[in-house]
Design a protein around this ligand. Sequence first.
Ligand code: SF4
Length: 384
Amino acid sequence: MVNLLDFDREGLAAYCEQLGEKRFRATQLFRWIHQKGAADFDAMSDLAKSLRDKLRGVAGVTGLPVASEHTSGDGTVKWLFDVGGGNAVETVFIPEDDRGTLCISSQAGCAVGCRFCSTGHQGFSRNLTTGEILAQLWHAEHTLRRRLGLREGERAITNVVMMGMGEPLQNYAALVPALRTMLDDHGYGLSRRRVTVSTSGVVPMIDRLREDCPVALAVSLHAPSDALRDALVPLNRKYPLAELLAACRRYLDAAPRDFITFEYCMLDGVNDSDAQAHELAALVTDRHTGVSCKLNLIPFNPFPESGLTRSPNERVQAFAHILQAAGIVTTVRKTRGDDIAAACGQLAGEVQDRTRVGERMTRAPIRVVPRRSGAPAGRQERNA
Ligand code: SF4
């Protein structure tokens, strides 16, 4: 059975052609699925009967089963979707006065294994398909529209961030058709500025995204030096900071915004000192190696296995002031949905830890080892 959520509009046109139908029929079908949230071919009243007959029995619009849904006191909604094989992925809707943001997962688990990340502690199970990525948006948009009583043409979700479970650029082939559907005027019609891919720094894929589908880019930085970033974001050993920042500068040539967002998770006693704030400011403002950016400081959402704690508020503010004094636009992310464990991977982690990677990571100390002579060593040598 073909899942029509697996196609962007071009893919759906090719599929219609395979069925012996005109390509333009795909646009009608695409609008029924994504704009109206229809899954029943009989409800697609203006679709040619010949196409409806051909689709029946060979294709469907198959969403994901909802394993659970929680709504926080602040309006944040978190869905846990069952993706089979004992795996679940999370999707979070964050309402604000002027926007509704959906945080979408791209993989069941994650292979990158960032030290402070609940998803990383669960290990990697598998890539999601395009249909499974889009099913999260499809379900959230149409469920919220009905619930909020929105009229046709009104949207519940105005922004998407690929910032849920998984490293989206390690699932590139499935990601790009999903992004194209989000941007498509016959799909969700989101502007490139309002769709953000967040990556831990898969340099070659940042370059490909710039060519194939440039949307807003967020990069998980979390450390001002290679020595510390090697310990927090293991992918840094493959793509160190100089290469990552160079890729960010190249990306800006095609990006819909004139800055890259750097995410920086504030970890008490690990990456939050004044000296590290100055080091970070110097790194991103360097005339030759820096990059036009905004810094988003994220209070760490603790989970028991991490052995890490959240930087105190005063420390986060002091860190932010140093960056702001250096002329860098710096925000501190509000924590949302604390009462429903809205930090990435926290709910799914309760479902399963397939690979016991969490146990291994928890035992591992954070060691900061200079890569080359003269590199700053930092001050971390800490047992989790
Ligand atoms: S922060 Fe992102 S890339 Fe790192 S382990 Fe978590 S999901 Fe994977």
